[in-house]
Design a protein around this ligand. Structure first.
Ligand code: PLP
Length: 482
């Protein structure tokens, strides 16, 4: 069993085993025809359940053979040009090399004495990101497990900065298209059930700053405390970017912490042509970025950035065994002082490798490509009488729904909802493409999240034909026409 431990005597086993694992994935990429096999939980669960975890196979090759059946054959493949569903990106190879290295060396980024150069690399990338945002000389931040955790940490800092007598008085303002992690964070932070005030959006799904102004005024009039305004730079469904300069001005006027959730829109920070869409983000007190969404990084890779690094002290606790108080005086860089996590992956290495190989323009150029593709997709949808599309894309998502021809009189809105839902499920079951779904004003819609520069307008057109086919078939079979 010692031969399975990575050390100086097993370097060859490591080399061979890792290569075999890589080979399986490479073969899958070369041979899978669709993004998904269409397998159902009922079909796959028995295969996974049949594995006897108490009877090891003894070698990597046998385990990989088994893995073909329990995972690789039926995984959902984000690299495929017809995977158009969620905010998952195909990943860049330099980042994958980083991933292989960081898990083998297994640095933990909580303290200098568990990471050394890893800590310095993370700090450089935090500085690189805050500079791109324009947060100023005192800025700092830390890598996190994802946007949800980044939002939680940002709101924790905001709560501490508000230093209320009574936390039930605190209010957070976010658009109705904001991410649900804002609500979850409010709950985790012990705020009251009414803590999150939802601000309506305009036709382009951007927060209505006029309503925000009114709600802030009402908050003050009621003697409540405006703890934070969360602006979303790239809403999960629509990619819409809230009016950042207006929101910044209102947050400043009311003394509220301004958080920008750029989990999705952060790709614009590297964009050679679209960076201006984030104008105003430099006024934030904190920013969430998900490199694992629009920087083509493997999960997980995310960060929370703050204008004033000193505010990170709200997450600082000292443990004698780990990061004693004296380490601060000795200027030993212990990232755990800034993080909600303790043991923490060296995710920063993936971004480092990416920037060192491709550069910011390289990665931002890829994001630009998918934003341009979304424009093409919008034109296709807008010109297609079978579809109704909600709004022109700011980033790379399209929300639309199949609508029957006018001859489909007698088709109720509920029937249309069901036809769209059916089309999505039927497409998934076919494995030919994967799209997402969402609700808009209570009605069922479908969604493309375009994050693959290999996807073409022809792919989009083909998937729209498939969806229409499934929806028409559903209506044909389920409606009795008078
Ligand atoms: C995805 C997303 C999040 C959550 O990020 P995770 O990395 O999934 O935790 C937060 N905000 C927005 C706008 C998102 O799109």
């Amino acid at each position: 069993m010692r031969s399975h431990l990575l050390n100086d005597t097993t370097a060859d086993v490591y080399r061979r085993s890792a290569t075999e694992g890589v080979e399986r994935v490479a073969r899958r990429l070369a041979t899978t025809r669709g993004p998904f096999s269409g397998v159902t939980p009922a079909e796959l669960a028995p295969v996974v359940d049949a594995v006897d975890l108490d009877r090891p196979l003894g070698n990597v090759r046998a385990a990989l053979d088994e893995l073909e059946d329990v995972y690789l054959r039926d995984a959902v493949y984000f690299h495929h040009p017809r995977y158009l569903a969620h905010l998952n990106c195909p990943v860049v190879i330099p980042a994958l090399v980083g991933e292989a290295i960081l898990s083998a060396v297994n640095s933990s980024l909580d303290t200098w004495d568990q990471s050394a150069g890893g800590t310095l690399i993370e700090r450089r990338l935090i500085d690189w990101t805050t500079a791109r945002i324009g947060l100023g000389p005192l800025a700092d931040g830390v890598f996190t497990s994802g946007g949800s955790q980044s939002n939680l940490q940002a709101l924790l800092l905001a709560r501490e900065e508000a230093s209320p007598v009574d936390t039930s008085q605190l209010r957070i303002f976010a658009s109705e298209c904001g991410h649900f992690s804002v609500q979850k964070s409010a709950k985790l932070l012990g705020l009251g059930p009414d803590a999150v005030v939802t601000i309506p959006v305009d036709d382009e799904r951007r927060m209505q700053s006029v309503v925000l102004a009114a709600e802030l005024a009402a908050c003050r009039a009621e003697g409540l405390i405006p703890m934070a305004v969360v602006a979303t730079a790239g809403t999960t469904d629509f990619g819409s970017i809230d009016p950042l300069p207006e929101i910044a001005a209102l947050a400043a006027e009311y003394g509220a912490w301004m958080h920008v959730d750029a989990a999705y829109g952060c790709g614009l920070l590297a964009s050679p042509t679209r960076r201006h869409l984030l104008d105003g983000i430099e006024q934030a007190d904190s920013v969430t970025v998900d490199y694992h969404k629009s920087f083509f990084q493997p999960v997980s890779s995310s960060a929370v950035l703050v204008r004033d690094g000193a505010t990170l002290r709200h997450a600082t606790y000292h443990a004698d065994y780990l990061n004693p108080r004296r380490a601060v005086a000795e200027r030993i860089p212990n990232q755990v002082d800034k993080s909600l996590q303790t043991t923490r992956r060296f995710d920063a290495l993936k971004l480092w490798m990416t920037l060192r190989v491709m550069g910011a323009d390289g990665i931002g150029g890829l994001f630009d490509e998918v934003c341009a593709l979304a424009r093409e997709g919008y034109a296709l949808l807008a010109a297609d009488s079978r579809y109704e599309v909600v709004t022109a894309p700011s980033l790379s998502t399209l929300v639309y729904r199949y609508v029957p021809e006018p001859s489909g009189a007698g088709v109720s809105p509920e029937d249309v909802d069901r036809a769209n839902l059916h089309a999505r499920k039927a497409l998934f079951a076919s494995g030919e493409a994967v799209v997402a779904g969402t609700k808009v004003d209570g009605r069922q819609y479908l969604k493309f999240t375009l994050l693959n520069p290999e996807t073409t307008a022809a792919d989009i057109a083909a998937v729209l034909d498939l969806i229409a086919g499934h929806a028409e078939q559903y209506l044909g079979e389920n409606l009795v026409h008078a």
